[in-house]
Design a protein around this ligand. Sequence first.
Ligand code: GAR
Length: 187
Amino acid sequence: MNKVVVMASGEGSNFSAIVDRGIEVDRVITDNPNANVIKRAEKVGVPVFAFDRKEGDRKYGSGWCDRMVDESIPEDVSLIVLAGYMRILSPYFVKKWVDKIINIHPSLLPAFGGGCHAIKDAWEHGCKVFGVTVHWVIEEVDAGPIITQRAIHKFDDDTLESITDKIHRVEHYVYPDAIKKLLQGET
Ligand code: GAR
C-alpha cells in the first residue's frame, strides 16, 4: 500500500486538496506548531507530527529539527509531498529520501525559484504569465527535475489577489493529479 507523507508549514490548502481527491495521507509533518494544516489534518483524522523548529534550534542547535523530521518518516514511505513546507531541507535528508520527495512551487520554474514570495515577485516583475510547477526535490532549492507545469495567463483586470487565488486553485488540481500518477507509476 502507498504511504504518503505531507510536509507543510502553513495554511494547508494543498493538503486538503490532496485528501479531498481521495489520496490517503499517512501523516502530516509540520515545523510550525501554529500551522492551520494541523487543524485540517485533525478534522480528517490524519496524525500530525509537529515540531517547533525555532524553539528546537535555539535549544539544541541547528539540524535538530531535521533529525526529528527524519525520524518521523516511515521507512516504507512511498512519497514525501512538500505542500508549502517553507524550510530548506538538509542535504542529509534530501540524499536519504532521494527520488521520493516532491514539491509544488507557485511559479513556472526556473523563474522565481528559491523564495517564499514567488507570486508577488512575479507580479512585481510585471509578468504576463504566471504558473505552477511540481518537481522532484534535489539539494539545490527549486531546481529538481520538473514533473508537470501549468501556465496561468494574467488578464487586464487581474490583481495580485485574483492571480494568487487562480494559482492556488490550479495547484489544488495539479498536485493531486501528479501525486496520483506518481503513485500509479505513470510518470
Ligand atoms: C502554495 O502556494 C505552494 O505552492 C507554496 O506555498 C503555498 C502553500 O499553500 N510553496 C512555496 O512557495 C514553496 N517555496 P497551502 O499551505 O495552502 O497549501
